[in-house]
Every structure is written in C-alpha cells, then in structure tokens.
Design a protein around this ligand. Structure first.
Ligand code: SF4
Length: 333
C-alpha cells in the first residue's frame, strides 16, 4: 500500500475537465520523491508535466509565477489545503492523505497523558481522516475529547504551520493536546499557540513523545531576542514575496509604529528569509517579520540579529508585557 493517497483518478478528471496540456507539479519537500512517478503517469496521458524543483513549505507558496512563465495551463499543488484567495491560473489541490495506522501511536501517547482528563485533538490535513479513530481510542480510555472548529481551515482539528485557530478554539476547555502526525514542527506550533502541553502520536514511527523541552528552549530564546531588540535603533521590516505571505499593509503599519517610537525602520522584500540574506545589512540591528512566522521563531540561533514577529514587537515597544505575550500564544491565527 502507498504511504499517501495522491488521488490519481481525481487528478485525471481535473486535467480532462480543463483540457490541460501542460501542467506544473508542486510538491512539498517530503513528497518530492513521488514527483517523477506522478509525472510518468501524466506523460502517459499525453500531458506535458513539469516538476517544480524549488523548495515548497506551504500553500502560501503557490508556484503561480513559475506556472505562468512556463505557460502551464494548470498548477497541481500537493500536500496542503487552499490558503491563498488569488489563483491567477487554475490550481488543483491534492491533499495527499496518509495511509498509516494510528492505533499503536495513540495508545502509546495515552501513557504520556498522566492525569489529563480532557484532551484536544489536532493534526495536519494528511491525517484529518484519522481523528475520529483517535477520538474513539481516547474515549475508551475515559478521556473527554475536543476537536476545535474555528471555521478558518477546511477541516475541524486541522492545523498548519502558522494557523492553530482550531487548537485555540478549544484550548480553554482542555488540559493537553494530542497531535497526530510526524515530526515536531506542528506540535511545537500547537504548544506555542495554545499554551497547553502537547503530545505527539507519530503514526509513521509508531511512537509517542512530548516536545516540552524544545518549546521551553524556544520561549527562552524569544525572551532574549526581545531584550536585544529593545536596545535596537535600526529595524528591518521583512515583506514576504510568496503569494500567501505578502502583507504590505501590515508592513507599512509597523513602519509607522516604529517611526513614531523614534526608531529607524526600513522595508525589505524577499522570497526566502535566510541568515545569509540578512547578513547583507549590517546597519540593521533587529527585524520584524511579516512573512512566514516560523522563520526566526523556530530558528532563533541561526540568525545573527533578532527576527521578531509583529506580536513580539508589541513587547519591545511596551504595548504588551512579556507575560501577556506568553499567555496569549505566538500566532495570530
Ligand atoms: S507561512 Fe510558513 S508556516 Fe504558514 S503555510 Fe507558509 S511556510 Fe507554512
């Protein structure tokens, strides 16, 4: 059995419906190894597939510009649900649901739940169809279960790297969260956003673990970054050039805010926010990032200068206390 469902029949139907002749395939890093197999299948249908080899971390980064410049009639985006409103060329989303079994990992997670009686369930789109199964296991173990539905994402209980609204929607009524899925990235996001202990049930490794230490380390680093930014005079405001990351108005508001506070603020536009890119501006002492909130947040030590979220800037400027930031969580959504 294949690990992910690439909905190949749906794909064919969509291509036929649009009579597409040239398609651009865009897959996130973990799914890219499947690209050539999918391209081969499409080729057999008489279609010209082109694989986007650029990195892709989310639906915020639709390869629209690449599709346009290549003259593709269709963009097929795998692994995420729709995020941006403006698709300049037809786009099909293939969620790539995982076929793995969650039973073993959820049962292992139960042993890490101690006395928690009320648990929130969250996951990425790859495992949303497994939430009900996980819920049943928890109910059998006498846990009360909450699956949040904020209406911001297509599925109840779904989270993305920067949207934890479904976790926040039930955070007050649960003592902890159980995250279904691989890796630490999304679970750390849940813990930072909803401020509740989060246990991972990893169906790929068939294991369960907590991420308390990692989250604590990030929070400590954020505190230090904010302190450093408080001493700074010259700020760079980062504007993301990826389709779903561009927030021009917000950047302008932040510039005004910083200027009113007696600071110098410069607007910088870029696609990839990397330590190397920021090293080119030695005059800038701190950055406010209006693009992907995970850049800087998870990788504090990689950057030579603090890279803060707009929310963290409110602490720098004294509009909010550190305690308020901590209790409110780190993500806008
Ligand atoms: S903005 Fe960042 S966290 Fe959000 S979807 Fe894009 S890459 Fe993921």
């Amino acid at each position: 059995m294949k690990t992910f469902d690439f909905e190949e029949e749906k794909l064919k139907r969509e291509i036929q419906k649009l009579d597409a002749k040239k398609v651009l395939l865009q897959l996130p890093e973990g799914l890219k190894p499947e690209a050539t197999r999918l391209a081969k299948k499409l080729q057999k249908l008489g279609i010209l597939p082109i694989i986007s080899a650029d990195p892709c971390y989310g639906a915020c980064d639709l390869a629209l510009h690449a599709a346009e410049s290549l003259g593709a009639d269709l963009l097929i985006h795998f692994g995420h649900t729709k995020m941006t409103r403006h698709e300049r060329i037809p786009t099909v989303y293939i969620e790539a649901r995982a076929n793995s079994n969650i039973e073993k990992s959820v049962k292992k997670a139960l042993s890490l739940m101690g006395n928690y009686k009320k648990v929130g369930l969250v996951t990425t789109v790859q495992h949303v169809h497994m939430l009900e199964g996980a819920k049943e296991i928890l109910l059998k173990a006498n846990k009360a279960v909450a699956i949040g539905d904020s209406g911001q994402l297509p599925y109840a209980g779904q989270v993305t790297g920067c949207n934890y609204a479904n976790a926040k929607a039930v955070a007050k009524e649960v003592e902890a969260f159980l995250f279904l899925g691989g890796g630490r990235f999304h679970a750390i996001g849940v813990e930072l956003a909803a401020r509740k202990p989060t246990i991972i049930a990893d169906p790929y490794q068939k294991t369960a673990f907590t991420i308390e230490k990692e989250t604590k380390k990030i929070i400590n680093q954020r505190w230090a970054a904010i302190q450093e930014a408080k001493e700074s005079k010259n700020f760079g405001i980062l504007i993301g050039l990826k389709t779903g990351q561009k927030q021009m108005e917000k950047a302008l508001n932040l510039k005004e805010k910083l200027t009113n506070a007696g600071k110098n603020a410069f607007l910088l536009a870029l696609r990839e926010i990397t330590p190397e890119a920021l090293l080119q501006f030695p005059a800038l002492e701190a950055y406010i990032n209006t693009a992907c909130p995970r850049v800087g947040l998870d990788e504090t030590s990689k950057f030579h200068r603090p890279v803060l979220t707009p929310e963290e800037l409110t602490v720098v400027l004294g509009e909010k206390s550190w305690e308020q930031l901590c209790s409110g969580g780190w993500f806008e959504n």
